[in-house]
Design a protein around this ligand. Structure first.
Ligand code: UFG
Length: 324
Protein backbone atom coordinates (compact mmCIF):
# COMPACT_ATOMS: atom_id res chain seq x y z
CA UNK A 1 0.00 0.00 0.00
CA UNK A 2 1.18 3.54 -0.81
CA UNK A 3 0.67 6.40 1.66
CA UNK A 4 -0.13 9.63 -0.22
CA UNK A 5 0.06 12.71 1.99
CA UNK A 6 -1.86 15.62 0.50
CA UNK A 7 -3.76 13.17 -1.69
CA UNK A 8 -6.89 15.36 -1.55
CA UNK A 9 -5.13 18.25 -3.29
CA UNK A 10 -4.78 19.18 -6.94
CA UNK A 11 -1.66 17.23 -7.94
CA UNK A 12 -2.10 14.67 -5.16
CA UNK A 13 -5.58 13.61 -6.29
CA UNK A 14 -4.47 13.22 -9.91
CA UNK A 15 -1.55 11.07 -8.73
CA UNK A 16 -3.84 8.91 -6.59
CA UNK A 17 -5.98 8.33 -9.68
CA UNK A 18 -2.92 7.17 -11.66
CA UNK A 19 -1.70 4.96 -8.79
CA UNK A 20 -5.12 3.29 -8.52
CA UNK A 21 -5.22 2.84 -12.31
CA UNK A 22 -1.84 1.09 -12.12
CA UNK A 23 -3.23 -1.29 -9.51
CA UNK A 24 -1.57 0.19 -6.42
CA UNK A 25 -3.51 0.34 -3.16
CA UNK A 26 -3.54 3.82 -1.63
CA UNK A 27 -4.18 5.39 1.75
CA UNK A 28 -4.61 9.17 1.66
CA UNK A 29 -3.49 11.31 4.60
CA UNK A 30 -4.76 14.88 4.35
CA UNK A 31 -5.92 17.56 6.80
CA UNK A 32 -8.22 19.08 4.13
CA UNK A 33 -6.82 22.55 4.89
CA UNK A 34 -6.51 23.15 1.16
CA UNK A 35 -7.51 19.69 -0.07
CA UNK A 36 -11.12 18.71 -0.79
CA UNK A 37 -13.21 15.77 0.38
CA UNK A 38 -14.61 15.36 -3.14
CA UNK A 39 -11.09 14.86 -4.53
CA UNK A 40 -10.45 11.87 -2.21
CA UNK A 41 -10.46 8.91 -4.60
CA UNK A 42 -9.25 6.08 -2.39
CA UNK A 43 -11.42 4.24 0.12
CA UNK A 44 -8.71 4.51 2.77
CA UNK A 45 -8.60 8.09 4.01
CA UNK A 46 -7.07 9.51 7.20
CA UNK A 47 -8.30 13.04 7.92
CA UNK A 48 -5.37 14.35 9.97
CA UNK A 49 -2.41 16.70 10.06
CA UNK A 50 1.22 15.55 9.85
CA UNK A 51 1.81 17.55 13.04
CA UNK A 52 -0.38 14.94 14.79
CA UNK A 53 2.39 12.39 15.35
CA UNK A 54 0.12 10.00 17.21
CA UNK A 55 -2.30 9.63 14.30
CA UNK A 56 0.64 9.47 11.93
CA UNK A 57 2.23 6.56 13.80
CA UNK A 58 -1.12 4.86 14.14
CA UNK A 59 -1.57 5.12 10.35
CA UNK A 60 1.75 3.35 9.78
CA UNK A 61 0.77 0.64 12.28
CA UNK A 62 -2.69 0.17 10.83
CA UNK A 63 -1.90 -0.06 7.10
CA UNK A 64 0.77 -2.19 5.38
CA UNK A 65 2.52 0.87 3.92
CA UNK A 66 5.36 0.10 1.51
CA UNK A 67 6.26 3.60 0.25
CA UNK A 68 5.22 7.22 0.60
CA UNK A 69 4.36 9.92 -1.95
CA UNK A 70 4.56 13.21 -0.06
CA UNK A 71 2.56 16.20 -1.35
CA UNK A 72 1.19 17.71 1.86
CA UNK A 73 2.55 21.27 2.10
CA UNK A 74 1.60 24.90 1.89
CA UNK A 75 2.23 26.18 -1.62
CA UNK A 76 1.52 29.91 -1.90
CA UNK A 77 4.75 31.77 -2.60
CA UNK A 78 3.43 35.21 -1.55
CA UNK A 79 2.01 33.90 1.73
CA UNK A 80 5.34 32.21 2.49
CA UNK A 81 7.02 35.62 2.45
CA UNK A 82 4.42 37.04 4.85
CA UNK A 83 4.18 34.01 7.18
CA UNK A 84 7.50 32.11 6.99
CA UNK A 85 6.92 30.32 10.32
CA UNK A 86 3.76 28.69 8.96
CA UNK A 87 5.75 27.39 5.97
CA UNK A 88 8.81 26.14 7.85
CA UNK A 89 6.63 24.40 10.45
CA UNK A 90 4.31 22.69 8.00
CA UNK A 91 6.63 22.02 5.09
CA UNK A 92 9.82 21.17 6.99
CA UNK A 93 8.93 20.14 10.58
CA UNK A 94 5.93 18.05 9.52
CA UNK A 95 8.07 16.35 6.89
CA UNK A 96 10.51 15.40 9.65
CA UNK A 97 7.59 13.87 11.56
CA UNK A 98 6.78 11.84 8.47
CA UNK A 99 10.38 10.70 7.95
CA UNK A 100 10.73 9.65 11.59
CA UNK A 101 7.46 7.69 11.45
CA UNK A 102 8.68 6.00 8.25
CA UNK A 103 11.97 5.11 9.92
CA UNK A 104 10.26 3.69 13.01
CA UNK A 105 8.07 1.50 10.82
CA UNK A 106 10.77 0.44 8.38
CA UNK A 107 9.27 2.21 5.35
CA UNK A 108 12.22 2.88 3.07
CA UNK A 109 11.14 4.83 -0.03
CA UNK A 110 9.64 8.24 -0.68
CA UNK A 111 8.70 10.41 -3.66
CA UNK A 112 8.79 14.08 -2.70
CA UNK A 113 6.84 16.92 -4.26
CA UNK A 114 9.45 19.61 -4.90
CA UNK A 115 9.40 22.67 -7.11
CA UNK A 116 11.26 24.70 -9.71
CA UNK A 117 11.24 27.31 -6.92
CA UNK A 118 14.40 25.60 -5.55
CA UNK A 119 16.40 27.21 -8.38
CA UNK A 120 15.43 30.80 -7.61
CA UNK A 121 16.26 33.21 -10.44
CA UNK A 122 17.74 31.02 -13.17
CA UNK A 123 21.11 31.78 -14.69
CA UNK A 124 20.56 29.25 -17.47
CA UNK A 125 17.50 28.38 -19.61
CA UNK A 126 16.40 25.62 -19.97
CA UNK A 127 17.17 24.76 -16.34
CA UNK A 128 18.96 21.43 -15.75
CA UNK A 129 18.74 19.60 -12.41
CA UNK A 130 22.31 20.56 -11.47
CA UNK A 131 21.61 24.30 -11.81
CA UNK A 132 22.61 26.13 -8.57
CA UNK A 133 19.90 26.20 -5.90
CA UNK A 134 19.30 29.71 -4.60
CA UNK A 135 15.60 29.87 -3.76
CA UNK A 136 14.33 33.43 -3.46
CA UNK A 137 11.39 32.91 -1.09
CA UNK A 138 10.60 30.83 2.02
CA UNK A 139 8.41 28.41 0.02
CA UNK A 140 11.31 27.54 -2.28
CA UNK A 141 13.66 27.30 0.70
CA UNK A 142 11.39 24.78 2.44
CA UNK A 143 11.43 22.59 -0.67
CA UNK A 144 15.23 22.78 -0.98
CA UNK A 145 15.68 22.08 2.75
CA UNK A 146 13.56 18.95 2.51
CA UNK A 147 15.53 17.76 -0.52
CA UNK A 148 18.72 18.06 1.52
CA UNK A 149 17.13 16.35 4.54
CA UNK A 150 16.16 13.43 2.28
CA UNK A 151 19.76 13.14 1.09
CA UNK A 152 20.97 13.07 4.71
CA UNK A 153 18.41 10.38 5.63
CA UNK A 154 19.60 8.46 2.59
CA UNK A 155 23.19 8.47 3.87
CA UNK A 156 22.32 7.81 7.52
CA UNK A 157 19.38 5.43 7.24
CA UNK A 158 19.42 4.16 3.66
CA UNK A 159 16.20 6.01 2.76
CA UNK A 160 15.48 5.71 -0.97
CA UNK A 161 14.19 9.08 -2.13
CA UNK A 162 13.41 11.04 -5.25
CA UNK A 163 12.38 14.70 -5.53
CA UNK A 164 10.23 15.87 -8.42
CA UNK A 165 10.67 19.54 -9.26
CA UNK A 166 7.47 20.75 -10.89
CA UNK A 167 7.34 23.66 -13.23
CA UNK A 168 3.78 25.01 -13.79
CA UNK A 169 1.13 22.35 -13.22
CA UNK A 170 -1.99 23.01 -15.26
CA UNK A 171 -5.14 21.40 -16.64
CA UNK A 172 -7.50 18.82 -15.20
CA UNK A 173 -8.30 15.14 -15.39
CA UNK A 174 -9.34 14.52 -19.04
CA UNK A 175 -12.16 12.30 -17.71
CA UNK A 176 -13.54 15.23 -15.70
CA UNK A 177 -13.57 13.36 -12.39
CA UNK A 178 -11.19 15.73 -10.57
CA UNK A 179 -9.58 19.13 -11.17
CA UNK A 180 -8.11 22.29 -9.76
CA UNK A 181 -9.99 23.82 -6.79
CA UNK A 182 -7.89 26.57 -5.23
CA UNK A 183 -9.43 29.23 -3.06
CA UNK A 184 -8.29 31.93 -3.50
CA UNK A 185 -7.04 31.11 -6.97
CA UNK A 186 -3.61 32.56 -7.73
CA UNK A 187 -2.51 30.57 -10.78
CA UNK A 188 -2.59 32.08 -14.21
CA UNK A 189 -4.65 29.61 -16.29
CA UNK A 190 -7.62 29.26 -13.89
CA UNK A 191 -7.57 33.03 -13.32
CA UNK A 192 -7.78 33.68 -17.07
CA UNK A 193 -10.57 31.10 -17.41
CA UNK A 194 -12.46 32.69 -14.52
CA UNK A 195 -12.31 35.96 -16.44
CA UNK A 196 -13.59 34.15 -19.54
CA UNK A 197 -16.46 32.75 -17.46
CA UNK A 198 -17.37 36.23 -16.19
CA UNK A 199 -16.31 35.51 -12.59
CA UNK A 200 -13.67 38.26 -12.77
CA UNK A 201 -13.85 41.58 -14.57
CA UNK A 202 -10.39 41.13 -16.11
CA UNK A 203 -6.98 39.46 -15.93
CA UNK A 204 -4.10 41.54 -14.68
CA UNK A 205 -0.79 40.87 -16.43
CA UNK A 206 1.95 41.08 -13.83
CA UNK A 207 4.64 42.92 -15.72
CA UNK A 208 5.03 43.76 -19.40
CA UNK A 209 8.68 44.88 -19.32
CA UNK A 210 10.43 41.53 -18.91
CA UNK A 211 13.25 40.73 -21.36
CA UNK A 212 11.06 38.12 -23.10
CA UNK A 213 9.42 37.81 -26.57
CA UNK A 214 6.48 40.05 -25.71
CA UNK A 215 7.56 41.54 -22.36
CA UNK A 216 5.51 39.14 -20.19
CA UNK A 217 6.66 36.23 -18.00
CA UNK A 218 7.49 32.88 -19.59
CA UNK A 219 6.56 29.57 -17.94
CA UNK A 220 6.67 25.87 -18.76
CA UNK A 221 3.12 24.50 -18.36
CA UNK A 222 2.80 20.76 -17.76
CA UNK A 223 -0.47 18.86 -17.68
CA UNK A 224 -1.34 17.56 -14.23
CA UNK A 225 -2.03 14.06 -15.57
CA UNK A 226 1.46 13.93 -17.09
CA UNK A 227 2.84 15.07 -13.73
CA UNK A 228 0.82 12.36 -12.02
CA UNK A 229 2.08 9.64 -14.35
CA UNK A 230 5.65 10.77 -13.69
CA UNK A 231 5.06 10.16 -9.96
CA UNK A 232 4.06 6.57 -10.64
CA UNK A 233 7.19 6.03 -12.76
CA UNK A 234 9.36 7.72 -10.11
CA UNK A 235 7.81 5.59 -7.36
CA UNK A 236 8.54 2.40 -9.24
CA UNK A 237 12.10 3.62 -9.97
CA UNK A 238 12.80 4.58 -6.36
CA UNK A 239 11.43 1.27 -5.07
CA UNK A 240 13.67 -0.59 -7.52
CA UNK A 241 16.63 1.57 -6.41
CA UNK A 242 17.48 3.22 -9.73
CA UNK A 243 15.98 6.72 -9.36
CA UNK A 244 18.21 9.80 -9.36
CA UNK A 245 17.90 12.27 -6.46
CA UNK A 246 15.82 14.75 -8.46
CA UNK A 247 13.98 15.19 -11.75
CA UNK A 248 12.59 18.31 -13.36
CA UNK A 249 9.02 17.88 -14.51
CA UNK A 250 8.13 20.24 -17.31
CA UNK A 251 7.62 20.00 -21.05
CA UNK A 252 10.67 22.07 -21.92
CA UNK A 253 8.73 24.74 -23.80
CA UNK A 254 7.93 28.24 -22.56
CA UNK A 255 4.76 30.29 -23.12
CA UNK A 256 4.35 33.97 -22.28
CA UNK A 257 1.43 35.30 -20.23
CA UNK A 258 0.02 36.88 -23.40
CA UNK A 259 0.23 33.55 -25.24
CA UNK A 260 -1.62 31.86 -22.39
CA UNK A 261 -4.38 34.48 -22.54
CA UNK A 262 -4.65 34.15 -26.34
CA UNK A 263 -4.85 30.37 -26.05
CA UNK A 264 -7.63 30.73 -23.45
CA UNK A 265 -9.50 33.08 -25.83
CA UNK A 266 -9.25 30.55 -28.62
CA UNK A 267 -10.35 27.61 -26.42
CA UNK A 268 -13.27 29.41 -24.74
CA UNK A 269 -14.30 31.57 -27.71
CA UNK A 270 -15.01 34.29 -25.14
CA UNK A 271 -13.75 37.77 -24.54
CA UNK A 272 -11.09 38.10 -21.87
CA UNK A 273 -10.43 41.68 -20.78
CA UNK A 274 -6.82 42.38 -19.83
CA UNK A 275 -5.24 45.06 -17.61
CA UNK A 276 -1.48 45.58 -17.70
CA UNK A 277 -0.02 45.92 -14.21
CA UNK A 278 3.37 46.01 -12.51
CA UNK A 279 5.57 42.98 -11.92
CA UNK A 280 4.67 40.69 -8.98
CA UNK A 281 7.50 40.62 -6.44
CA UNK A 282 9.72 37.57 -6.73
CA UNK A 283 8.58 36.43 -10.20
CA UNK A 284 11.48 35.43 -12.46
CA UNK A 285 11.20 36.43 -16.13
CA UNK A 286 11.49 32.89 -17.44
CA UNK A 287 11.26 29.34 -16.02
CA UNK A 288 11.64 26.55 -18.54
CA UNK A 289 12.73 23.01 -17.65
CA UNK A 290 15.39 20.90 -19.18
CA UNK A 291 13.22 17.82 -18.71
CA UNK A 292 15.38 15.35 -20.61
CA UNK A 293 16.44 13.35 -17.55
CA UNK A 294 12.89 12.35 -16.58
CA UNK A 295 12.09 11.33 -20.15
CA UNK A 296 15.30 9.33 -20.41
CA UNK A 297 15.58 7.67 -17.01
CA UNK A 298 11.94 7.29 -16.01
CA UNK A 299 10.78 6.31 -19.51
CA UNK A 300 8.21 9.05 -19.06
CA UNK A 301 6.58 10.60 -22.08
CA UNK A 302 4.17 13.53 -21.58
CA UNK A 303 0.93 13.21 -23.53
CA UNK A 304 0.23 16.96 -23.58
CA UNK A 305 3.05 18.73 -25.39
CA UNK A 306 1.00 21.78 -26.47
CA UNK A 307 -0.75 24.40 -24.38
CA UNK A 308 -4.12 24.37 -26.13
CA UNK A 309 -5.21 20.84 -25.15
CA UNK A 310 -4.04 21.53 -21.59
CA UNK A 311 -6.28 24.61 -21.44
CA UNK A 312 -9.15 22.60 -22.98
CA UNK A 313 -9.13 20.19 -20.03
CA UNK A 314 -9.01 23.08 -17.53
CA UNK A 315 -11.93 24.80 -19.28
CA UNK A 316 -13.98 21.58 -19.42
CA UNK A 317 -13.53 21.19 -15.65
CA UNK A 318 -14.49 24.81 -14.98
CA UNK A 319 -17.59 24.55 -17.18
CA UNK A 320 -18.62 21.44 -15.27
CA UNK A 321 -18.03 23.09 -11.88
CA UNK A 322 -19.99 26.20 -12.88
CA UNK A 323 -22.63 24.33 -14.95
CA UNK A 324 -21.80 26.53 -17.95
N1 UFG B 1 0.47 35.95 -13.75
C1 UFG B 1 -0.15 37.10 -14.21
N2 UFG B 1 -1.38 37.41 -13.68
C2 UFG B 1 -2.00 36.66 -12.73
C3 UFG B 1 -1.35 35.48 -12.28
C4 UFG B 1 -0.11 35.16 -12.80
O1 UFG B 1 0.38 37.81 -15.06
O2 UFG B 1 -3.10 37.02 -12.30
C5 UFG B 1 1.78 35.57 -14.34
C6 UFG B 1 2.92 35.45 -13.34
O3 UFG B 1 3.54 36.70 -13.16
C7 UFG B 1 3.82 34.41 -14.02
C8 UFG B 1 2.81 33.50 -14.74
O4 UFG B 1 1.63 34.27 -14.87
O5 UFG B 1 4.63 35.02 -15.00
C9 UFG B 1 2.49 32.23 -13.99
O6 UFG B 1 2.09 32.55 -12.66
P1 UFG B 1 1.48 31.48 -11.63
O7 UFG B 1 1.13 32.23 -10.39
O8 UFG B 1 0.41 30.70 -12.31
O9 UFG B 1 2.69 30.48 -11.38
P2 UFG B 1 4.17 30.80 -10.86
O10 UFG B 1 5.07 30.54 -12.03
O11 UFG B 1 4.28 32.10 -10.19
O12 UFG B 1 4.28 29.71 -9.71
C10 UFG B 1 4.51 28.37 -9.97
C11 UFG B 1 3.94 27.52 -8.84
C12 UFG B 1 4.67 27.80 -7.55
C13 UFG B 1 6.14 27.66 -7.75
C14 UFG B 1 6.60 28.52 -8.89
C15 UFG B 1 8.06 28.34 -9.19
O13 UFG B 1 2.58 27.82 -8.69
O14 UFG B 1 4.26 26.86 -6.59
O15 UFG B 1 5.87 28.17 -10.08
O16 UFG B 1 8.27 27.02 -9.46
F1 UFG B 1 6.81 28.06 -6.64
Amino acid sequence: MILVTGGAGYIGSHTVKQLLTRGHEVVIYDNLSTGHRELVLSEQFVHADLADTETLRHTFSRYPIRSVVHFAAHTAVGESVERPGKYYRNNVVSTLNLLEAMREHGVGSIVFSSSAAVYGTPTQIPIPEDHPKHPVNPYGRTKWMVEQILADYGVAHGLRHVSLRYFNAAGSDPEGEIGELHDPECHLIPIVLEAAAGLRPHVEIYGTDYPTRDGTGVRDYIHVEDLARAHVSALEAVEDGYAADAYNLGIGRGYTVRQVIDTCRSVTQREIPVVEGPRRAGDPAELVADAARARRELAWQPRFEELEPIVETAWAWMCRQLSL
